[in-house]
Design a protein around this ligand. Structure first.
Ligand code: ADP
Length: 453
């Protein structure tokens, strides 16, 4: 309004050039600014001269009904020190009304408008005669205002209005983006802090886990020594090295021996589990026959209940597999004794077969027979397992339920140890089951295992 006489229309191309220039100036402000306040300051600095304003300000909501000055351009020097304290009430004066009514407010001549008598002193001291205020809208909500102050009292023409609207729109978009960026930066800082915290907790948990496993390994090791002595002396007594025994004494010693052997098995499992988790369990691979391993496993456990039929289905020829035989026997013993334990009557089938396309570890793939795996399946027609428990039974010390524990005994270590041992050997243990129908546990190992360190 200051560059052209009131009634002379501004040529369209000139308007377009000014709008483009303003848009470019704000885009530049946005690109170079590092914080929202800087965006407002830079936008004012670039735009105010384009529209011919003497000075300009940006206000944002501090609360529902109060606006705070967040940026000013060319504010008269002697009043600059009060800028930080400047507050405007929403609804009062041109700026307050622009926010309250969410529209463009134009005041042409402060000195001749009686309703603006309160503003005259300020206008006189600061040196402005007219002002325009445009709402800054964030997410459809008026959150502040952009106010320009002019020295003259000339009316805005349509070209000026459209330019200022463009400026306000641009600034709204800019402010919205800047707020998003600020939110993102805040979220980023928070995430980074949470990450540091999580990492610390993870390390603590890892350390606690390591200490627990160290403790378990040490305790198990210490328990073995006296138990070995108990078993050794029981053996000497049973063999009559300390004198002849009555039948009653012999039976009692057999019970001591059975209990001690079971305890030794539990301690060994605990020790292996702890060492596996500490990455310390050694494996000693050799070439063996998978069928012989199955038979060895079945030979070393208690018989099933009288109503249970046991059968082995295996190829006639040997099934060569390169693995650690003692660990495979251990896994199969766990699976077969579980099948016996959870099958009150029915059938347990142990199958041995060669399969192709089974999961392979990179270690096995790199060095072993990459085409085949050897599979042992232990199938029973016992009580079965609910779908929801199928994962949990592989957790250490987890059993399906308390009543089953009382009925069937056990510690809940067998499957956890079996799976971890199988993985250590480059394979896995998996399960399929239907409650009331039965379960099939599958041990699958690469036919040619190269020690994974
Ligand atoms: P344990 O047998 O000492 O309890 P395991 O780790 O070997 O520990 O087994 C965990 C749980 O998985 C068992 O308590 C039982 O609930 C379930 N389970 C394992 N094998 C079978 C099976 N063949 N049939 C039904 N449930 C089974």
């Amino acid at each position: 309004m200051h560059e052209s006489p009131v009634d002379t229309p501004v040529p369209a191309h000139e308007t377009a050039v000014r709008e483009l220039r303003a848009a470019r100036e704000i885009a530049h402000a946005f690109l170079t600014a590092r914080s929202p306040d800087e965006v407002y300051r830079l936008a004012l600095e670039r735009v105010a001269p384009v529209v011919g304003a003497a000075f300009g300000c940006v206000y944002l909501r501090e609360s529902d009904d109060v606006l705070r000055l967040v940026a000013a351009w060319n504010w008269p020097g002697e009043y600059r020190e009060f800028l930080g304290e400047m507050r405007v009430r929403v609804g009062l004066g041109p700026t307050g009304r622009a926010v309250a009514e969410s529209r463009f407010i134009e005041v042409y001549d402060i000195f001749s408008d009686p309703s603006l008598a309160d503003w005259r002193d300020a206008a006189h001291e600061l040196g402005f005669a007219s002002t325009v205020s445009l709402p800054i809208v964030l997410s459809d909500h008026p959150e502040g205002a952009l106010t320009f102050y002019f020295r003259s009292t000339e009316r805005l023409d349509e070209a000026d209005r459209s330019l200022l609207r463009l400026v306000a729109d641009q600034l709204s978009a800019t402010a919205e983006k800047a707020h998003l960026i600020e939110d993102l930066q805040r979220a980023n800082v928070q995430l980074r802090e949470q990450n540091v915290e999580l990492e610390a907790r993870f390390l603590e948990a890892e350390e606690a886990r390591r200490l627990k496993n160290e403790f378990l390994a040490n305790v198990s090791h210490e328990l073995r020594t006296p138990l070995t002595a108990i078993m050794g002396f029981t053996y000497l007594l049973r063999e009559g090295h300390e004198g002849a025994l009555t039948d009653q004494q012999r039976q009692s010693l057999e019970k001591v021996d059975a209990a001690a052997t079971e305890l030794m098995g539990l301690i060994d499992d605990l020790l292996s589990l702890a060492n596996l988790q500490l990455g310390r369990l050694d494996v000693r691979p050799e070439t063996c026959d998978a069928v012989a391993l199955a038979r060895a496993a079945m030979g070393g456990i208690h018989d099933p209940s009288p109503g249970v039929e046991v059968r082995t289905l295996a190829p006639d020829a040997a099934v060569p597999v390169r693995t650690d035989p003692s660990q495979v026997i251990r896994i199969l013993r766990n699976l077969v004794s579980n099948a016996y334990k959870f099958t009150p009557a029915g059938r347990v089938t142990v199958r041995v077969r060669v399969s192709s396309g089974s999961p392979w570890t990179p270690e096995a793939r790199a060095g072993g027979d990459a085409r085949h795996s050897v599979v042992w399946e232990v199938e029973d027609t016992g009580i079965g397992i609910e779908e929801r428990d199928l994962d949990a039974i592989f957790d250490p010390f987890r059993q399906v339920d308390g009543s089953a524990t009382r009925r069937y005994g056990g510690t809940g270590m067998g499957l956890a140890l079996s799976r971890q041992l199988a993985r250590r050997l480059g394979g896995d243990v998996s399960v399929r089951s239907r409650p009331g129908v039965g379960s099939t546990f599958t041990l699958s190992l690469p036919a040619g295992f190269l020690v994974a360190v």
